[in-house]
Write a protein that binds this ligand. Structure first.
Ligand SMILES: NC(=O)c1ccc[n+]([C@@H]2O[C@H](COP(=O)([O-])OP(=O)(O)OC[C@H]3O[C@@H](n4cnc5c(N)ncnc54)[C@H](OP(=O)(O)O)[C@@H]3O)[C@@H](O)[C@H]2O)c1
Length: 248
């Protein structure tokens, strides 16, 4: 394999959910700069406006909805002939104590973080079953280890890792590779409530061997590895990107 070609994204078509902010945005910019045709989703009009202004094909899509995934993937495949990679990045978190969870909040988290990703995987598989494809699910270190005030979030992220492995096994014969990324603590809107607490940030950084919190850009290289032909023999795996936090 020529390694220059293996890492080429020129004219590759990539769909990233939740591409308007944080990790998804960094990935969208990274793949765009590498020559890919990038589609991104968000739930707000200003998210779509940002994408459209920045070389990303923005589409309104609430991953928690039951019927929006298939039409979007169909549109992309009809237009380009192929969708090379699906990145299920959209996600939500919560600090609700485990004993206080209400049915509605639990449902929203499951629909967004787990069922939403599954629906996109299904739609992608159906649209691409003649070609195969590449799926990257953005899970979390919280799918592997746990912390306080993250019970349902941890549950959905752990489930996403298992889903990744199960789909990798079930769809390998059809030419699909399915892997997960597990970010550690990354500086985005999702973690702003922790970033604003100085003492807590200091204690958090003490648990990270590389002595800094992650930046959204730290996920771009690992995503590119999994999306590229350079990882042609990797499937069902989970790459942890946490500055060494879970190695301690
Ligand atoms: N930040 C961390 O420390 C960290 C650590 C581990 C894992 N992760 C995971 O990484 C992923 C991205 O996190 P982030 O920190 O970048 O989050 P973020 O800054 O809060 O951004 C979330 C993105 O997801 C979109 N989104 C939210 N709900 C959606 C829905 N129902 N349908 C479609 N899009 C939706 C948002 O777009 P709109 O605003 O338009 O809805 C936004 O673009 C998540 O899956 C998260 O669990 C994050």
């Amino acid at each position: 394999m020529n390694m220059k070609d293996a890492f080429s994204f020129q004219d590759r078509v990539i769909l990233i959910t939740g591409a308007s902010r944080g990790i998804g945005r960094a990935m969208a910019e990274g793949f765009r700069d590498a020559g890919a045709i990038v589609y991104g989703t968000g739930t707000r009009e200003d998210s779509i406006a940002w994408m459209q202004d920045n070389g990303v094909n923005g589409r309104l899509l609430d991953v928690a909805s039951h019927d929006q995934a298939a039409p979007l993937i169909k549109e992309i495949v009809e237009r380009h002939g192929r969708l090379h990679c699906l990145i299920n990045n959209a996600g939500i978190s919560s600090t609700t104590p485990a004993s206080h969870y209400k049915e509605e909040e639990m449902q929203q988290m499951l629909e967004t973080n787990f069922k939403g990703a599954m629906r996109l995987c299904q739609a992608y598989y159906k649209a691409q079953r003649r070609h195969g494809g590449v799926i990257i699910n953005v899970s979390s270190v919280m799918g592997i280890v746990a912390t306080v005030l993250a019970s349902v979030y941890c549950g959905t992220k752990g489930a996403l890792i298992q889903l990744t492995k199960a789909l990798a096994v079930e769809w390998a014969g059809a030419g699909f590779r399915v892997n997960a990324l597990c970010p550690g603590f990354i500086e985005t809107d999702m973690t702003s409530h922790i970033q604003s607490r100085e003492g807590l940030m200091g204690r958090m950084i003490d648990t990270i061997p590389l002595k800094r919190i992650g930046r959204p850009e730290d996920l771009v290289g690992p995503a590119m590895l999994l999306a590229s032909d350079a990882s042609a023999y990797m499937t069902g795996q989970c790459i942890v990107v946490d500055g060494g936090m879970t190695a301690m």
